[in-house]
Design a binder for this molecule. Structure first.
Ligand SMILES: Cc1cc2nc3c(=O)[nH]c(=O)nc-3n(C[C@H](O)[C@H](O)[C@H](O)COP(=O)(O)O)c2cc1C
Length: 222
């Protein structure tokens, strides 16, 4: 028989409304300053900042609380070099033939190409894997529910935490990403989800001049 559900009291602090507003505005202003960075400094980053961000990602809600994620933290220069080489190989093939014109057109404002030096320069890479299914100790497979949604939410929290800690990130999806599973020795139930270089921006780092949709464009009231 499965265990009966158990409940504990919720730890919840009811805030005064003024405090709620102040916090919410502060957080919005802070998140408005988050930008994707593609030009990193090699300056080292305190390990705990990255560990805390991964722990924060692990607080994300997940389908049936299956927590279908693994975060591989890479700092070894030789491993970073191998990942850069493999990513650039895939990206070169994509940019030079695999991507349809429409995709290249969509990327044009970002000024990206197949070169990915940031993979080697940034002090840390966080490679996020989704666990397509679970594995019991006896090798039996366990079905996972809403894997992509769950991992996407966890990555959102990860990026917000790193930004809050004063670090810069790049959300990178070299396509295809299969090489990361082998390079990082992950089991067959794990699929690469995203590769995130983390560090400080290089001196004089510039970012694409992008606007964001206004609240009125993304919020529908009924
Ligand atoms: C799922 C996803 C995949 C992305 N893949 C790449 C990528 O492969 N290379 C890259 O340079 N940026 C990538 N980006 C970053 C976006 O280009 C960036 O978020 C967007 O241009 C908005 O810029 P901002 O993050 O500075 O607001 C990706 C972002 C997301 C959410």
């Amino acid at each position: 028989m499965p265990d009966e559900p158990r409940f504990v009291p919720l730890a919840f602090e009811r805030l005064p409304e003024a405090e709620q507003l102040a916090r919410s505005r502060r957080f919005l202003e802070h998140m408005e300053r988050r930008r994707t960075v593609r030009d990193f400094s090699p300056e080292p980053v305190p390990l705990e900042l990255v560990e805390n961000a991964i722990a924060t990602a692990g607080t994300a809600p997940s389908g049936a609380h299956q927590e279908p994620w693994t975060f591989v933290l890479v700092s070894d220069p030789e491993l970073k070099r191998r990942i850069r080489e493999a990513a650039e190989e895939e990206e070169r093939r994509s940019y030079e033939g695999r991507m349809p014109d429409e995709w290249l057109e969509a990327l044009r404002p970002l000024g990206t190409d197949w070169r990915k030096p940031h993979i080697e320069v940034a002090p840390f890479l966080i490679v996020v894997f989704e666990q397509a299914y679970g594995m019991r100790p006896d090798g039996a497979k366990v079905k996972h529910y809403y894997v992509r949604e769950s991992v996407g939410i966890a990555v959102g929290l990860l990026l917000a935490s790193l930004h809050e800690a004063g670090l810069a990130t790049l959300t990178h999806t070299p396509s295809p990403m299969g090489f990361l599973r082998e390079a990082l020795g992950r089991p067959e139930n794990e699929r690469p989800y995203v590769l995130i270089p983390v560090g400080y921006p290089a001196d004089g780092c510039a970012v694409p001049d992008l606007g964001r949709k206004a609240l009125a464009e993304i919020l529908v009231r009924r």
